[in-house]
Design a protein around this ligand. Structure first.
Ligand code: SF4
Ligand code: SF4
Length: 182
């Protein structure tokens, strides 16, 4: 028989001996392997009671950022959507009215902003492309969900808490990140 690779292994089709038919030797071998693993360091942890610490360069769930006064930074320029290799970002821009200056930093803002987490590969290119420091990848991850719709994150799911109305939640969401002042 001609093999395509050198990994070909012929199966031994010899009739089994009486000892082999008892499977005792194989059971003992299996138990020895199990016994050896009792003394090894466990590869698993008791999640969610225990959590692993992420690497400092871990890139997780996106956060839409605000400035120190709580104004949304995003100006709906679309650069993050263009940079996204997975085409996971969708948005709609709107013009800021004169009575909305306390809500949005720029004259244009994202009336709708969505990220499809089933498409996202957490590459971080959206963060790099953003000229307004309006989006960053945080040190948390998208929780599991039973429906596909649950993975379409809307603007309200992504927006960081208001720094003045909810300073504790804002600080927690910011995590290890330094304050962005520009
Ligand atoms: S992290 Fe990458 S894949 Fe995910 S939305 Fe940003 S650019 Fe797209
Ligand atoms: S997050 Fe940044 S790059 Fe994306 S639309 Fe908003 S301002 Fe533009």
């Amino acid at each position: 028989m001609q093999a395509l690779t050198n990994r070909l292994k012929l199966v031994n089709r010899k009739p089994m001996t009486f000892v082999e038919k008892l499977y005792l030797w194989n059971i003992l071998k299996g138990m020895a392997i199990t016994f050896r693993h009792i003394f090894k360091r466990k590869a698993t942890i008791n999640y969610p009671e225990q959590k692993r610490t992420f690497s400092p360069v871990f890139r997780g769930l996106q956060v839409l950022n605000r400035d120190e006064e709580g104004k949304e930074r995003c100006t709906a320029c679309g650069l993050c959507a263009v940079a996204c290799p997975a085409e996971a970002i969708t948005m709609e821009a709107a013009e800021r009215s004169s009575n909305e200056t306390h809500l949005y930093r720029e004259e244009k803002f994202a009336a709708r902003f969505e990220i499809n987490m089933l498409r996202c590969i957490f590459c971080g290119l959206c963060e790099e492309a953003c000229p307004k420091n309006a989006i960053y990848l945080s040190q948390t991850f998208a929780p599991s969900n039973y429906s596909r719709k649950g993975f379409i994150y809307k603007k309200d799911d992504l927006l960081i808490p208001h720094p003045k109305e909810n300073p504790d939640a804002y600080a927690k969401a910011l995590g290890e990140r330094k304050k962005i002042t520009n």
